[in-house]
Write a protein that binds this ligand. Sequence first.
Ligand code: BES
Ligand code: MN
Ligand code: MN
Length: 460
Amino acid sequence: MKSNQEYISANEDKFLDELFELLRIPSISTDSTKKEDIHKAADFLVRQLENLELTTVKKFETPGNPIVYGEHCPHDDRPTVLIYGHYDVQPSDPDELWDTPAFEPTIKDGLIYARGASDDKGQSFTHLKAVESYVKTGQELPINVKFLLEGEEEIGSPNLVPFLEEHKDLLTCDMVLISDTAMFEEDQPSITYGLRGLAYLEIEVVGPNRDLHSGVYGGAVENPANVLCEIIAQLKDEDGIIQIPGFYDKVKDLTEAEREAYEQLPFDVEEYKETLDIDAVHGEKGYSTLERSSARPSLDVNGIWGGYQGEGAKTVLPSKANAKVSMRLVPDQKPDEINKLFKEYVESLAPDTVKVTVSEHHGGHPVVIDLDFYGLKAGAQAFEDVYEGEVLFSREGGSIPIVADFKRVLGAESILMGFGLTSNAIHSPNENFSIKDFYRGIRTSARFMELLPEYSEKKN
Ligand code: BES
Ligand code: MN
Ligand code: MN
């Protein structure tokens, strides 16, 4: 009988073919015309789970996209790990900036290019294959597993939160395992122990009842695009400090020890600037780039429009202008409170020459995970065994809002065991994922399952 690590080596090509099948499905959750593909991806995963000989496999319909669930819990006395991932992806546009089509996975220089290759199809698929390596070699799984694969992460998981509340018993677990983050750098195994939260709003400034000739009316009627720019200019000061009253009230300051740990991380700001083709970094005064991008809150315009966007110069005073603004939050900021403060401030900046409305999009709570948690230690050891290097612990700036809900609803800590890289270009053209990390990810997950029972005993 083969060992599971032997099984993984013998089946690398098969795993890659299967992942490619999933990557070919454009399961874009932001696009309502892609419902069929969403179901296709969910059904593909159902078949994958069925092949793992789990005791339960079920596709749960929701008012939105289906949730794929599967479990195999043979042990009374061993930990139960809920494996979370998302099969939905971001849109591929602008498509013309992709070197190869987004939904035709292509290998180049050891990288798989496709939308979702890293975020999150490729990363989450590693755990299915890890379980497969036990099942198909006739071995008992060393732990209990429950798979929870959703199709709405990229739109804020609107149906997963109620699902958690409704199926608390089904989802009971000792921890959640998630691969949907990045390693610190290539060949540097890393566990993410913090994620930022999110507050996302949209500002609309409405002026005259139609677009006006900018010669006939310009100077006499307020221009909503000008007002929008003035409002946005007042959201931060020249030191990068967010000006919304009360915004920082609940921000937990970094301790001296945390700041020291940040300084120890292998980060080269020159290299960072080079990879982004920028001459200088920017951000809140008094903090390093790494602190700014993971442990401090931020505010950014994500999109802004209004007026004439076409070729040439149309002389027009737009009747309205809009901007989408997101804020990344850190403990203990709460998205609802921040939304309220943002609205009050923006409304206070509005002149009476225009109407300003602020509406909310989805949000999420920030998280910081306890570094002493035994599951995290088992995860770190598995990573070290496979990657043959010491694990780094770091916080990241992105958001996976459901992580806070896992803690709140299920009482479960999450292990963020990312196999991606910052260079994976997630959400961007030419998203990619290293084949090597796909395979190492499978091995790390399998090793984690093997190590976890020991760590769970040690903790008692
Ligand atoms: N996997 C990402 C989050 C992420 C990326 C965390 C990199 C850490 C490092 C996730 O799919 C994502 O894109 N989340 C969204 C939030 C969501 C509410 C749309 C984000 O962070 O913008
Ligand atoms: Mn993701
Ligand atoms: Mn994403």
